[in-house]
Write a protein that binds this ligand. Sequence first.
Ligand code: ZN
Length: 413
Amino acid sequence: MNKIVIDEIRVFENRLECFYSVSGDWEKYFIAPYTFIVEYSKSIDKVPPSVAIIPFLCNILPVVWIFDAEVILEDIDKDFYDSIEEFKQGFINMYPQLSFKGKITPSKITENTQEDSYKTAAFFSGGVDSFDTLITHIDEAPILMTLWGADIPFEDQVGWNLVDNYIGSLANDKNLDYVSIKTPIRRFLDEAGLSEYVVKGSGNNWWYGFQHGIGVIGHATPYAYQYKVKTIYIASSFTEEDRSTCASDPSIDNFVRFCGSRIIHDGFEYSRQDKVNRISEYVKRTGTPLHLRVCWESEGGSNCCHCEKCHLTILCLLAGKNDPREYGFNYKNDELAGMMKDFRMEIHFTHPSCNILYHIIQKELHKNYAINEVDKSLKWYYKMDIEKELSAQKRVMYRFIRKAKKLLGNYID
Ligand SMILES: [Zn+2]
């Protein structure tokens, strides 16, 4: 039988430490030493073990379910314990070809009641989704939370410093509290091995399809308990129309509860183009410039302007009649044509759910520009028949061009 025993939970000052033992065939998916240590930039010294265990539990529950394992622990928050079956159902519905079993066996269940509070918090990276959530709830003065260890590895200290300073100064400007959380979220499990195990039945890798939503959310709990935060927003990446199987989904996130607090999967009603438009309306209305940070390709936390995420956001900004250079994308005029040419190649390799967004962006372009007004580097997009462009033959052709480019390097363009 696969089993995990929580041996000890320690909390002191701004740090929580979880020590555990694993037994059974699934042990190979856990990376030694069997500890899970999380550091907050603020003190969490009043957090009881029944709450301090939640970040770890949120990150192992999908593994527990897939491998029909048992978790043995001393104490668990009642709200969280009661919500587990509810958010597990989101995974069951999402991946009907997999079976989600396993059980949690606590020695006791503790009710952690909170005084009434209206405080809110929001996970914030500086990208389009989280900026949209921030401006939606700006009147609530949400506490900004960000994780170090999810997209930025511990080794990239320079990149982290830039991100940390960027969010810190934004929080300062907007008069918001900010907490950063250093976590081993991507270091304690064998992600590659788990991906291999589930990819056939789910079509997803482990991080994207099983861990990243719930795993990130769990980190809010100790902080929310100590500072009496009632609602925590996590920004959506998709909408009902382009929804695809992904561990951050309203059917999962919205069912996570703890200590009388809850999670809201925010902005699900808005497409990426809607969000970009909302952000630019906010900038125009308030007269305060915003620098988006959408890129994870470049070390150092700035937008590279050469990856698909940068290209897509630049396109959305242009479609909405905005100058991307006022939103943190630094490129020269004569570079745009090349960037959009690369984007044309990239759209052939994206997930089919992106097609819906491509249509939305094209509609926005048609709404805001006549054909003779649109920049010549965007004309192909303006005129393209999306279905034809993304047809199987074209995909094969682009795959061929990409291979040829790789082989011949700079000789063809
Ligand atoms: Zn980029």
